[in-house]
Design a protein. Structure first.
Length: 661
């Protein structure tokens, strides 16, 4: 029906008749005047369009906010919230792998896995009701005895509520004794959010079980094998920095290799966790298993180490150090034909079992603040002046550069003068006419002053060529051994001295460098390694300890072969001249005590000055048998005095035992 165009203002009927009728004035003019209609129809849309534009802008703005928030939730944080949602209905239960076993070369186990009960929270599974949660915390505190309720609450405060981390295990304590573990086992169903697990803990070899395993070896007195601690290292609870670095592979309750073989071969030893995904209902009860991933135990390692030799080396060293009233030293025995380490002992050692069991703050403070620093592996991390052990390198370098020849000789009269400075021989009376072999055998400094820095009209190697050759023999850089924290030592140069000491290089610096003194620093392992190059006629190998990797059933995975770093860098004839000098050190020189050893041997002693107030360090490095070397032995005794009187007797006793065995 059409609307009436005639607007009635008011009208009433009475007895069927219209009583009154009225209308708007000028309605006819308005109706028939088109301009007035146009004004009305235009006026309203203009006002509405302004409002619509504002509303549309607001709508678009809100739409962008909605799209942006959706993108943030689904793209940026999608995986997080998906995991969070899945965590409400899916739980992952882990199966712990057994860590790989480490064996010596004769298959004697050097470490074993023992039961370790650990207790931890799963924060998300704790009751929401505060009273019930407090009852669980109080029960935990009562059974543990060494943690207050506040201690336990502080553990929980380290994780945000409803975060992904709240689904991960949070360590309460480990190394629970059996009785307490059983108490928790019996009550664990009444403590949702608390879990008990049996992880394996490392237990390192003791003298007792070494003897039992080596029942067919020659009888010997039982000694501590603390020197193994520097080789094997130890495992400990993962810290926050390690967890950030390896977050996808570990949890806060896991253990990880901290030092030594345990650290270096962590990826081989650790294995991988088994996983069982289960779906749970609202009460936390298991409904069904969604997937299972089998546990994979860690791989086993075979070392080049001979535990009987290691035991004997430690015993001999300990005995001599006790007589000398000294306790800081290092001894290395290696195979010169491959670089395999057969024994390595740094003194003093420490008991790595106290770390794997969980060390207290007081125990750790006592060890770390000990003046002898027992955690320090002197064999690979200690840096010392080489003393005269470097002299075979100097002879080989001078021969290679044709500065001298086999029969070149100089007259030693007790030292040389350069203006007002005197550079002495150790024998004030001199050594007389000296060639290369005699210079090594009797450690004649004058000969090395000549070939190192030159004298009068004779031109020596100079600092740059000395640096070149000592680096070719492996000084100034890591050897690459499969242990952590290896030091590089120091080969000083003119530029180094100007930069670090703000001093120019003098001829005296070259003389000191030529006899292994001054700023030159080496590690005992570097000395053992370059000695091997003289023993095997010029091959420099990478020292190493792990020779084979086996699976958990001791089936081979791979062999680790010897690695040649460098060869043919010195003419073999020049190597042989230096070797002859090392042989004469035993027959005529400073290592004559070795003549009584059952096989022929060669070597070089060293007495390294490092302080004007304390005794020098004592060195010996050598090899045997001379014609077909099987082992290299290097001894360093801090503040041991003369190498010939303190280091050589140790080498003699070790070589006697080894070749009579």
């Amino acid at each position: 029906m059409l609307n009436n165009p005639f607007p009635v203002q008011e009208g009433k009927f009475k007895n069927g008749k219209l009583k009154k009728f009225s209308y708007y004035k000028n309605w006819t003019e308005n109706f028939f005047d088109p301009t007035i209609q146009q004004k009305e129809t235009i006026k309203t849309p203009i006002k509405n369009s302004v409002n619509l534009k504002l509303i549309s802008h607001i709508m678009v703005f809100l739409m962008f906010i909605l799209i942006g928030k959706t993108a943030w939730l689904q793209i940026v944080k999608g995986e997080y919230y998906y995991s969070l949602a899945e965590g409400n209905r899916i739980r992952v239960k882990r199966t712990e792998p057994n860590r790989g076993i480490i064996y010596d070369k004769n298959f004697n186990s050097l470490v074993q896995n023992t039961a370790n009960f650990i207790l931890y929270f799963i924060p998300k599974e704790l009751p929401k009701e505060e009273n019930r949660k407090n009852n669980i915390i109080q029960t935990l505190s009562d059974i543990l005895g060494n943690k207050s309720p506040d201690d336990l609450r502080n553990i929980l405060l380290s994780v945000k509520e409803n975060s992904l981390e709240s689904y991960q295990p949070l360590l309460i304590t480990d190394n629970l004794d059996y009785e307490k573990a059983m108490l928790f086992y019996l009550n664990i169903d009444q403590m949702p959010g608390v879990a008990l697990s049996n992880k394996s803990r490392r237990e390192y070899v003791s003298c007792k079980n070494t003897e039992q395993q080596s029942s067919n070896s020659s009888a010997q007195s039982c000694i501590s094998t603390e020197s193994l601690s520097h080789i094997l290292g130890y495992t400990g609870k993962i810290n926050e920095q390690e967890l950030k670095k390896f977050s996808s592979q570990y949890f806060l309750i896991d253990y990880i290799g901290k030092t030594g073989i345990e650290y270096f071969f962590e990826n081989e030893l650790k294995g991988s966790h088994g996983k069982k995904q289960i779906e749970i209902d609202a009460l936390g009860q298991e409904k069904q298993i969604l997937s299972i991933e089998k546990v994979k135990d860690g791989n086993n390692l075979i070392l080049s180490l001979d535990i009987n030799l290691q035991n004997k080396l430690e015993g001999i060293m300990s005995s001599h150090l006790k007589k000398l009233n000294l306790n800081k030293a290092c001894a290395i025995i290696m195979d010169p034909n491959s670089g395999q380490i057969l024994a390595l002992a740094s003194f003093p050692g420490y008991d790595n079992n106290i770390f794997s069991k969980g060390i207290s703050e007081s125990e750790y403070s006592e060890i770390i603040n000990h003046p002898d620093n027992p955690l320090f592996n002197r064999c690979i991390s200690g840096e010392y002046p080489s003393g005269s052990t470097i002299k075979p390198i100097m002879i080989a370098a001078a021969l290679e550069e044709k500065i001298i020849f086999k029969n070149t000789s100089f007259n030693s009269v007790g030292g040389i003068w350069i203006k007002q400075w005197f550079f002495p021989d150790w024998n004030p009376s001199g050594h007389g006419i000296t060639n290369a072999q005699k210079a090594i055998a009797q450690s004649v400094n004058t000969f090395f002053y000549y070939i190192g820095g030159g004298y009068q009209s004779f031109q020596g190697l100079g600092v740059d060529r000395i640096g070149k050759y000592v680096k070719l023999f492996g000084l100034g850089s890591q050897t690459g051994i499969d242990l952590n924290n290896e030091a590089t030592g120091l080969v000083p140069t003119k530029e180094w001295k100007e930069k670090t000491k703000n001093e120019q290089w003098y001829i005296g610096d070259t003389y000191h460098l030529a006899i292994g003194q001054g700023d030159l620093l080496v590690t005992p392992l570097q000395v053992a390694n370059f000695t091997s190059a003289f023993a095997n006629n010029g091959n420099l190998y990478r020292p190493y300890m792990v020779t084979r990797i086996l699976n958990q059933n001791n089936n081979p995975i791979r062999n680790i072969e010897s690695q040649l770093i460098r060869n043919n860098f010195i003419d073999i004839n020049n190597i042989k001249i230096a070797r002859q000098g090392m042989r004469e050190a035993v027959t005529l020189g400073s290592a004559r005590a070795l003549q009584s050893v059952a096989v022929t041997s060669a070597g070089k002693t060293g007495t390294a000055q490092w302080s004007s107030k304390k005794p020098p360090h004592a060195w010996f490095t050598g090899f045997a048998p001379y014609d077909n070397p099987e082992i290299v032995i290097t001894i360093l005794i801090e503040q041991g005095g003369e190498g010939s009187s303190t280091a050589v007797p140790i080498a003699k006793e070790v070589l006697d035992w080894y070749f009579k065995k």
